[in-house]
Design a protein around this ligand. Structure first.
Ligand SMILES: CCCCCCCCCCCCCC(=O)SCCNC(=O)CCNC(=O)[C@H](O)C(C)(C)COP(=O)(O)OP(=O)(O)OC[C@H]1O[C@@H](n2cnc3c(N)ncnc32)[C@H](O)[C@@H]1OP(=O)(O)O
Length: 170
């Protein structure tokens, strides 16, 4: 399995409610490149990211169905994580190397979510991300969430490298 980008965020970027590994109350989402099974990361044209999260009872909207804000949160951090993966790869940074933390601080500029059908409580939610564009400090990611193999939501995240003001505030 490919490494999760969030496991390589520096400590000052690891407090996020959605994906911070240091946030005990958070979702601790993990986003990684999908491997083709051969041990190689998929090629540029085929590359996709994946984030998997199993909702808990407190994430209920109404009995049996997942709260839409939770769906949006999972898509949000799948998008910023995917953007970080893309930027890291584009800049030739070794994710698990000593310099792996240099280019991974992305925040959400725009989050769009389309709820396609009610999201069932129980099965894991699988989000696949596709890098639509990398343009300077901006990465656009298109995402699809499935549950039991059915699409429940689609989304788009425009992620921007975190401004210095946010980094300094940490
Ligand atoms: C301490 C660590 C810090 C945090 C690390 C967290 C990592 C992990 C946590 C993960 C976080 C989890 C998720 C969270 O919860 S992240 C928290 C929620 N997000 C925020 O609070 C972000 C608040 N907004 C800002 O700080 C600024 O507005 C940003 C940084 C977004 C852009 O301001 P900046 O001055 O940098 O931009 P620019 O003017 O140079 O424009 C550059 C390009 O971008 C385009 N553009 C601009 N704005 C937007 C927009 N809103 N949507 C789409 N596109 C936008 C613009 O047209 C231009 O495009 P082009 O003309 O080049 O094509």
């Amino acid at each position: 399995m490919e490494p999760a980008i969030q496991d390589h965020y520096p400590d000052d970027a690891a407090a996020c409610y959605g994906c911070g590994r240091l946030n005990d109350q958070g979702l601790q989402l993990k986003t990684r490149w999908v491997s083709d099974g051969s041990g190689e990361t998929a090629t540029e044209t085929e590359s996709a990211t994946e984030t998997v999260f199993t909702p808990r009872p407190e994430h209920t909207a109404m009995p049996g169905f997942v709260y839409g804000g939770l769906v949006a949160s999972v898509i949000d951090c799948s998008g910023t994580g995917s953007a970080s993966l893309a930027a890291t790869r584009d800049r030739g940074i070794d994710l698990v190397g000593e310099t792996g933390s240099d280019a991974v601080r992305f925040v959400t500029g725009t989050l769009e979510v389309r709820y396609q059908r009610p999201t069932p409580m129980g099965p894991p939610l699988v989000v696949r991300g596709r890098i639509a564009e990398v343009k300077g400090r901006k990465v656009t990611v298109e995402l699809t969430m499935t549950a039991n193999g059915e699409t429940v939501a689609t989304g788009r995240v425009i992620a921007l490298e975190a401004p210095d003001t946010m980094r300094a505030a940490g």
